[in-house]
Every structure is written in structure tokens, then in C-alpha cells.
Design a binder for this molecule. Sequence first.
Ligand code: BGC
Length: 460
Amino acid sequence: MFKFAALSAFVALVPLLVNAQVAAYGQCGGQDWTGATACASGTACTKVNDYYYQCLPGSSGSSVSGGSGSGSTSAPSPTSTVPTSTSSASTAPSSTSTSSAASSDNPYTGYQIFLNPEYASEVQAAIPSITDSAVAAKALKVAEVPVFFWLDQVAKVPDLETYLAAADKQGKSSGQKQLLQIVVYDLPDRDCAANASNGEFSISDDGQAKYENYIDQIVAIVKKYPDVRVVAVVEPDSMGNLVTNMDLPKCSAAAPTYKTCINYAIAQLSSAGVYMYVDAGHAGWLGWPNNLAPAAQLFGELYETSGKSAYFRGLATNVANYNALNTSSPDPCTQNAPNYDEMLYINALSPLLQQQGFSAQFIVDQGRSGVQNIRNAWGDWCNIKGAGFGIRPTTDTGSPLIDSIVWVKPGGECDGTSNSSAPRYDSTCSLSDSLQPAPEAGTWFQQYFEALVTNAVPSL
Ligand code: BGC
């Protein structure tokens, strides 16, 4: 699920930056920063957080030392004009939010999250084979946690109707408005930088038309249930791959189709009133200083081409990954990265998105982030041993930029097979920090589920 690039490139670049002038959007300071601090003309060294200062356009070249204990002055935070919504949806929400005033139009506010029946039945089915009764009792509690429903094949779309109908009924009988969480995940040539989650559509076999039909089916169903709010994570990994993996032929060839398809999805899902968070990788991927500005530019372009849809609420981070939301002790695998947790990543990305006119809000997956210090390398992503369920979904996020902490990845569903003869085998799933033997991506992995339960923090 997670493609890792540019860490080594970044590390290699650092010595070259010393004594150089930092280009727009480059890092110019922060705790332990040893690189150049002078910004190119027309930009100013601006504090993003204690660990990360950046040359942002707006004033003539200046230099602020952000090194540890330097007593550096903070440049003012970047500001931007809030865009006006041009969404054509009749019930379009106001898009007048700013990064510091999220809660009033947070799509999660005032709604109860409908429990994903598919996951609840997977969990129920897992209980009888758990031999330790204390673990079994804890496991049962996981069925009560809302996780996203992944529409990872078009054949699953009819289940969406079943779940929406059930949510609608529950909302009407209880008087408590219901919110259903889905992942839109069926791009042609999906997972272009890895093998584990290769999808059912290929670009060479009419994949774009098939994808549009998949979206149309989702939209037609959602429109039948206007009283149920739908929140979607859009296409995990796809935009991240367009930022860092364009050197891979499959990704560069897929890029135009990915963009067309995601634009189509945003436009159509907006017409059905679906609130969307496009996947934005995580701190150890797009959070590296060299990746932040290109990522912000790409998301800004997407926001622009979506017609600044008010339903394109923002970005989802850490989907199916393991990073902490907010930690005081960086995981050693983060290797002195300035943005070593999701909060730091979001705080660094947000002002750059603002500069693109995109007041993005965030949701953050913490489903498998309970335990840190379990990866040999930050780029390892497949069924990491020792992982535990993490912070429960909540809108009490500790940040005005974060609408909700969520569980996107249904913990217990596999990331990828370790069977080297399987067509979707990805060698990442055979690394020493991956639990093995592992079944196909998306299928149930009982041993992994039991470990997530046992290692959960907070405990179940
Ligand atoms: C798999 C999907 C699955 C999702 C959630 C992905 O890694 O490719 O098939 O639905 O994880 O478990």
C-alpha cells in the first residue's frame, strides 16, 4: 500500500544545500537543521513548526536561522484567500472554512458513524478460533469500531446499497443521523509502484470507461439515500505515486488516466453530496521536505480542476500505515525527519495548500498505529509485526486542521501476500519486519488480527 521514495535522495542532498541559497518551498531551518538558511529572492524563511522552516513566497529574500536553540524569530504564518465554492450541488456546504475554524462544517459533526457490516462480520467470524478468552473478549470490542468500507472491486458496489439502506433505516428509527465511510479504490493500473494491491482494471483494456462506470454506479446508489451522509477516502496511494514515483514506467504511463479518473470521481461524487478526502500518503512519504511542495502543487491543481468543489473537503493521511499522530519521541525509523509524525506532516503541508488556494481539512488513519518502533525502515508497509490497534475514531483530534481520527484500514485484512509465486506478490511482504506467511491483500489474516488486538494502545 505504501510506496517509499526520496528518503535517500533527500539525505544525499543535505550536504549540497549547505552554503547554498534555498529555492522557493525548500527547507531553510528547524531544530537540528544544518543546511542553508538563506532564501531565494522573493521568498522568506518562514516557521512551519519547530522542526521545519521553509522559504515561502511573499517577501524579499531573507534568512531566519531555525537551528536548534538559535532563538530564531518566527516569520508570520502564510495566509491565503479562502476560495468561494463553485460546486453545483444543491446542498453544497459552505466552503468558507479556514484552517483554524473547522468544527462548524466538519462533516463528522452531528453524525453517528454507521458500523461497517462487512468488517463486523469478519471480526465475529474471527472470534471462535481465538483460544485465549481474554483476547477473544477484547477482539469482540473491535466489531464496535467504525472502519471504512473499501470498494476495491466493482462487484462490491451492490453491498453499498445494502449498507446505505440499513444506515437509512437505523437513522430513521433512532433519530440519530448516520454517516457511512467508504474508500473509492479501483483505478485502472492501480498500485502502480507495487504489486500487492494491483486492481481489476487496466488502462489498456478500457480501464478509464470501466472506472467511470464504477463511479456512476456508486453515485446512483448514494443519490437514493440523501439522508445518509457519505464520507469517502479517494484512491489510496495514487497521488503519492504521482509525486514520487514518476520514474517508474507504470506510474508515469498511468498518470494522465489517474488524474482524469480522480477528477471524474470528485465531480460525480460531489453531485451526490459525498464528502471527500483524497489520499495524501503519510509523513514518511510526502512529508519529506523535498516532497511537500510538489505534493501541495498537485493537490492544488486537483482542487482547481474539481471546480473547487466544497465536497472536496481535504486529504486523508496515514491510510493503512503505522505512523503516530503526535509523538514526543520520534520512531528511530524516521531518521531525523523534520516531520516525523502525522501532525507535523499536516502542519507542514497545510500552509502550502493554502498558498494554492486550498483550505484543506484532514482525516488521519490511526487504526494500526498503536505501537511505534516496529519497522526496520520507514518505507516498510506490509503486515508489520508487532503492530497494535490505535487511537479510536474521534473528532477530538487536538488540531483544528484534523476533522477526525479514523480507522480506514480494516485491521485484520491483509496488506499483501508473502507467497512469492502469487501474481500479486510484492517482495516487501517478505521483509523481516513483515508477519509471514501472509495471504492475499484484502483477505482475512487471523494471526495478524489477533496481534493487533493483543498489542492495542490504548488497550481494548
Ligand atoms: C487491498 C484491498 C482491501 C484493502 C483494505 C488493500 O491493501 O488491496 O483489497 O480492500 O486493503 O483491507
